[in-house]
Ligand binder design. Sequence first.
Ligand SMILES: O=c1[nH]c(=O)c2ncn([C@@H]3O[C@H](COP(=O)(O)OP(=O)(O)OP(=O)(O)O)[C@@H](O)[C@H]3O)c2[nH]1
Ligand SMILES: [Mg+2]
Length: 193
Amino acid sequence: MQLCFATNNRHKIEEISRLVGTNFHIVSLQEIGCYEELPETHDTIEENAFEKAEYVWEHFGVSCFADDSGIEVEALNGEPGVNTAFYAGPQRNANDNMDLLLKNLQGKANRNAHFRTCIALIINGEKHLFEGRIEGHILERQQGTGGFGYDPIFMPSGYQKSFAEMTLDEKGSISHRGKAVQKLIEFLQTMQK
Ligand SMILES: O=c1[nH]c(=O)c2ncn([C@@H]3O[C@H](COP(=O)(O)OP(=O)(O)OP(=O)(O)O)[C@@H](O)[C@H]3O)c2[nH]1
Ligand SMILES: [Mg+2]
């Protein structure tokens, strides 16, 4: 089965390709001739995931899925949430985003946070949503150099290392994205039976 992964984030492609393995064949936006930014104009992760997938389905007529993700911090009433990618500004810089989050958490005892991924699938025009979530906390400072985004300051519950100190396989086995993709794979497998 061939599906377009509607994303411009190379880290997501790397993580999801490993998880999907040979279960189905993923094609990129470039491979279907889509070179534009995908619209993400809504206030929720769920709606933005569908907006990206719908754009590809409507403009290119290709079955596809999109991943919209965010980190939600308890003491900040769920922020950055839907603004995770550009929390510190339109430059979408990971260090600026982490610095701002650490600054906004200064002096706060509660550092609980979770990552959430919503994967919107449109297959032959039918729409489905899969969600994955991982609980953890925000570290005092960056730890590790792997991963992307906020990985160096996020430590999942029950672990003594940040996402940025894990291998891609380790992160994928517990992460928000890993859980959402697992649900997507199981769904696609039941469809093929
Ligand atoms: O530490 C992190 N570990 C992760 O596993 C992770 N996944 C997402 N993020 C952050 O959340 C934004 C989502 O925004 P997002 O879902 O709109 O993605 P994006 O704009 O980068 O790509 P696209 O898929 O929309 O093209 C991204 O930019 C990252 O800053 C992560 N941070
Ligand atoms: Mg985006």
